[in-house]
Design a protein around this ligand. Structure first.
Ligand SMILES: [Ca+2]
Ligand SMILES: [Ca+2]
Length: 451
């Protein structure tokens, strides 16, 4: 199959930072490699991937969302800008909840409708929040605005959004179509968490990643959309729509006067930041049992990483890529200021083009979630995640957040997975597959059981 720049598969491949991933190059004049013995067949994987939702099809599905506390509806985000609701999971059928394709406009690379979160009290206030890119009428073809917006559900129909209800909270100019984040979640504390990448291009070319007094990039934000008593107004910024949200008073950079050993002006600090130094944390999730916030941060040319996100931590990009100094063509790019240290990843894997890496691994991590469903007891408490390119799906051993070694197991393989969720009706592991257009699920592999 040929990939045209307009095809969903090309979009998918170029999504998530792959535009700038390097391929393994064969140096000119290299002698032919002698054939090697065929390796023994690998044991069958414990799970396989099959279509879910009776095989319903979607247009580049990117995310699967269940409103809090519900068990019979799902919302599927289509990258071009549609939210599809499945009103009855027992009889899956699609209805359009909201169509923002005209507003999204430009779906190049990683632009599109990226994330949806229902307000914890949505049954009363009918609010939901979206993270999307919006085509710019005035800027160049490569530019867009990354927008956080609040909408309301129609008063007379829970399966329709009020399309005229959009209230932007902020809209940030973004000069590159990749690394837009992003995941949008309400935490157990009721605050809204949002991931944004480093703006894009490659190598953090816009120098966003190690600043807290500039724009909203390379970060996880934490916002108080209910503007509770005691929360603080954000510092003025051209992207911010003043009066639409406030800052939780315990956000880590409130009143910060110093960052990475250098002074900063507290009136210029992005007090929205909860954690910094992330390249493109495409998907994050809270474990409802431990409360830990998990992230898969996509690497550039060498290392993919799983992180536990903690308040005020710096995850290193672009001083670090995974568990090593960030290198470009073998040379370390930047040396951190003396005394500055970074949060280490919980788990990393290296790209297959790195010398010495022989195991097939991957090039683009898709952060998943800690499985707490009922359908697959063997996976309970494991963090499930995937690699978009190699298709490996892994289960990482349960962790309590207090340290200790982790182990991972390859449990299935499927190319094109871009997000994970729990089926609220069956307890299955659901995955959005942008390449097939299906929502898919894990099922035990009979070949492994028969072994
Ligand atoms: Ca971008
Ligand atoms: Ca990192």
């Amino acid at each position: 199959m040929r990939f045209s720049p307009r095809s969903p598969v090309f979009s998918a491949l170029s999504a998530l930072g792959l535009m700038f991933a390097s391929a393994a190059a064969q140096p000119p004049g290299t002698a032919p490699v002698a054939p090697v013995a065929t390796p023994p067949p690998a044991p069958p994987l414990p799970f396989k991937v099959v279509p879910a939702l009776d095989g319903l099809r979607f247009d580049q599905p990117l995310a699967i969302v269940t409103p809090p506390g519900e068990t019979n509806r799902l919302f599927i985000l289509e990258k071009p800008g549609r939210i599809i609701v499945i009103p009855d999971l027992a009889k899956p059928a699609r209805e359009t909840f909201l169509d923002l394709t005209a507003e999204v406009g430009n779906t190049d690379v990683e632009n599109g409708l990226l994330a949806l979160a229902f307000h914890p009290d949505y049954k009363k206030n009918r609010q939901f929040y979206l993270w999307l890119t919006v085509a710019s009428a005035t800027a160049g073809r490569r530019e867009s605005h990354d927008r956080l917006a609040r909408f309301t559900i129609a008063a007379d129909n829970a399966n329709r959004a009020d399309s005229g209800s959009e209230q932007p909270l902020f809209s940030q100019l973004d000069r590159a179509p990749n690394h837009n984040g992003g995941e949008l979640l309400f935490g157990p504390d009721g605050y809204l968490y949002l991931t944004i990448g480093d703006e894009g291009g490659a190598n953090d070319q816009y120098h966003n990643s190690q600043r807290i007094d500039h724009n909203f990039f390379s970060c996880i934000l934490r916002l108080d959309v209910d503007q509770r008593p005691g929360s603080l107004p954000p510092n003025p910024h051209p992207a911010v729509n003043a009066g639409t949200y406030t800052i939780p008073p315990d956000n880590p950079y409130v009143n910060a006067k110093e960052f990475n050993g250098a002074p900063v002006d507290p009136a210029q600090v992005r007090t929205e930041f909860w954690a910094v130094g992330l390249r493109n944390a495409w998907r994050i999730s809270f474990d409802p049992v431990t409360g830990l916030l998990w992230a898969g941060d996509v690497g550039q040319d060498r290392v993919e990483e799983v992180d536990i996100i903690r308040r005020g931590e710096n995850y290193g990009w672009n001083y670090r890529e995974g568990d090593e100094a960030f290198q470009l063509r073998g040379a370390v790019v930047r040396t951190p200021p003396a005394g500055v240290t970074f949060a280490e990843p919980l788990f990393t894997y290296r790209h297959p083009n790195i010398p010495g890496v022989t195991a097939d691994s991957g090039n683009c991590i898709i952060g998943g979630f800690v499985y707490r469903g009922s359908a697959l007891p063997a996976l309970t408490g494991h963090y499930l995640f995937a690699d978009y390119v190699s298709g490996w799906i892994w289960a990482l051993s349960p962790v309590d957040g207090k340290g200790g070694k982790v182990t991972v197991e390859k449990i299935a393989r499927r190319v094109g997975v871009v997000s994970f969720s729990l089926d609220p009706l069956t307890g299955d592991v659901l995955m959005a597959n942008i390449a097939t257009g299906n929502i898919e699920k894990l099922v035990p592999n009979p070949a492994a059981a028969a072994k």
